[in-house]
Design a protein around this ligand. Sequence first.
Ligand code: FAD
Ligand code: DHB
Length: 394
Amino acid sequence: MTKKLNTSVCIIGAGPCGLLLSQLLANAGIESIVIDRKDRAYIESRIRAGVLEQGTVAALEEAGVADRLHREGLPHTGFDLAFDGDRHRIDILALTGKNVTVYGQTEVTKDLFDRRFAEGQKFHFNVEDVRLSDLKSDTSTVGFQQDGATVEITCDYIAGCDGFRGVSRQSIPSDVLKTFERVYPFGWLGIMVEKPPVSHELIYANHANGFALASMRSETRSRYYLQCDLDDHVDNWSDEAFWEELALRLGPEAAANLQTGPSFEKSIAPLRSFVAEPMRYGQLFLAGDAAHIVPPTGAKGLNLAVADIRVLARGLVEHYRSGNDQHIDTYSETVLRRVWKVERFSWQLSTLMHQFPENSPFEKRMQRAEFDYLSQSEAASKSIAENYVGLPLE
Ligand code: FAD
Ligand code: DHB
């Protein structure tokens, strides 16, 4: 037996993208159903991004889920770039008039889930074998298996918010979809520890042994990363080995304040730049990691996902309120223009701050010259700062 359901917008993926879209639609009285192949507890525990642009905070405020963020988030007015022991502070507030907020993706997701559950959002978790059909007709269908039963949702629109490995992007015919990709020859080994951060601001460091990042989640919880080989494994890294290497890469000044302890999360993530075009096919819209990936240097992944949703929600709300399709019709080109600029920034900062195995002595000197230029030029620092705090939506 097939269970048949109907809604206005079927949202595939209950990550930050899908949850925020369902909240913004609900605020405008538009019904949606959200499906995910995992459950709430699993999604809430995925440790990922940590730095929110002002535009992201504004979107969460607009959605009505920013109260805890304002109480617990840490406003940051600058960050440090370090190169072989030399440090340069990018004063983002002085250079742009804006700041960023340190608040974990786990917390953003919890806040969104709390609100969606309180408001009775329809969710289907642990779904399998998700299939999208009739994307070019007025009514599209999302079919899946859940608890051994077949479910079919008919809807006006499908929002593909199912991340890089989701099914939505793969449902666009290959002769329509163009993809662009760069895979970096290293990964990031990340740990979380219940200790105060080494510095009250973030430090991005390029050392001869590789990149290191000192970040945080709160005044008592730190997040650190080390560049590692792609075939490396967390089991190769005891906490002691991690602390020793981190201290070396951050340099003696920072290392003097490093508070070490047992890590409670340790994982390796690969680095990738990826864009899929177009981000709309018929009634299907792609948003967030389903359409694009940035390397994490610069903290753009989550922010870019939220920017897509702001544009998509505006278009869908306009469609249902007034029948005006101007914004949904231009969704793909509007967001892709910004996506490519953010891809450029994340690629540039990654290229500056990592040790690339293939780099010649010439390219190493170019990295150093770029750092020296940044340290002395307000114009160059301002360019980094305006990207870091977030480019305008359009
Ligand atoms: P996701 O958060 O990936 O959510 C997609 C959802 O879709 C998931 O819940 C998934 O279970 C679900 N799904 C997948 N396939 C299906 C399917 N077939 N059917 C139904 N549901 C499905 N960004 C930063 O800015 N800083 C960081 O430090 C950082 N670290 C990261 C570390 C890792 C390991 C990863 C993977 C990403 C990281 N990012 C980071 C990027 C950031 O977390 C993402 O950009 C952000 O999560 C994108 O949100 P999203 O909602 O588009 O996708
Ligand atoms: C974090 C991750 C990033 O990629 C970044 O640029 C800054 C902070 C973090 O996880 O805290």
